[in-house]
Write a protein that binds this ligand. Structure first.
Ligand code: ZN
Ligand code: FE
Length: 255
């Protein structure tokens, strides 16, 4: 396995991801909301954190940056477009840049919408997408600093990645997202089955992240504005995907 990825659940519903590249032993932590559980998880495994990868500036994604930096001397990597809001940023990345953790290369995408300077990291060889608060299992981030058109453009960049990509998002929001999703695409059998599986997993206290991008393409309404079922529920025409996306997001905000 080229990237050994560990989930660290923190706060109410955040996931921090620890990723070790097996050939080099380099270890990146993605969006450390806090430091202590991250340092403990690394220590437990005998891993040394060499990099922090931030997706965006929110406190529940960068809160542990400086403490982890102080403890490990790691390098902090984040969005160029938000350089002023990422504590300790040293390596600035933007759309189309590549960045390597040992032998594993990530392509970086600018994915504004949730915040204006959000990025996602796609490790193609490891089939891993670290997308922060842009794409969630059955959901997408709230539009705090962007427009529906921007967010749809951002999600469109992620939607074309391979189906077997694992989606390592930053929150366990899946069950509430599923409750909403079935209301806007009630005829989607794959979605109904997934919603039932999510309820079963959560009843046992199991995580639902990562999912695969293939599952998201088939069931996540925020990746499906071209679905005739969704368009029918919303009463919107098929020729304006941004409008369908915007209405889906607006309904979720009120749900
Ligand atoms: Zn956020
Ligand atoms: Fe967040």
């Amino acid at each position: 396995m080229p990237l050994d990825i560990v989930r660290i659940p923190v706060l109410n519903d955040n996931y921090i991801w620890l990723a070790r590249e097996t050939a080099s032993g380099l270890v990146a932590v993605v969006d450390p909301a806090v430091a202590a559980p991250v340092l403990a998880a690394a220590k437990e495994r005998g891993w040394t954190i060499t990099h922090i990868l931030n997706t965006h500036h929110h406190g529940d994604h960068v809160g542990g940056n400086m403490e982890i930096k102080a403890a490990t001397g790691c390098t902090i990597v984040g969005p160029r477009a938000d350089r002023d809001r990422i504590p300790g940023i040293e390596v600035e990345l933007g759309d189309g840049d590549t960045w390597s953790l040992g032998a594993e290369e990530a392509v970086v995408y600018d994915v504004p919408g949730h915040t204006r300077g959000h990025i996602a990291y796609w490790f193609g060889g490891a089939k891993a997408l670290f997308c922060g608060d842009t794409l969630f299992a059955l959901g997408c981030g709230r539009l705090f600093e962007g427009t529906p058109a921007q967010m749809w453009t951002s999600l469109s960049k992620l939607r074309v990645l391979p189906d077997d990509t694992k989606v390592y998002c930053a929150h366990e929001y899946t069950q509430s997202n599923a409750r909403f999703a079935v209301t806007v695409e009630p005829g989607n059998a794959a979605l109904a089955a997934r919603a039932a599986a999510i309820d079963a997993a959560r009843a046992k206290g199991e995580p639902t992240v990562p999912s695969t991008l293939g599952e998201e393409k088939a069931t996540n309404p925020f990746l499906r504005p071209d679905s005739p079922l969704l368009q029918k529920t919303l009463g919107l025409p098929a020729n304006d995907l941004v409008a369908v996306f915007a209405e889906t997001r607006a309904r979720k905000d009120k749900f």
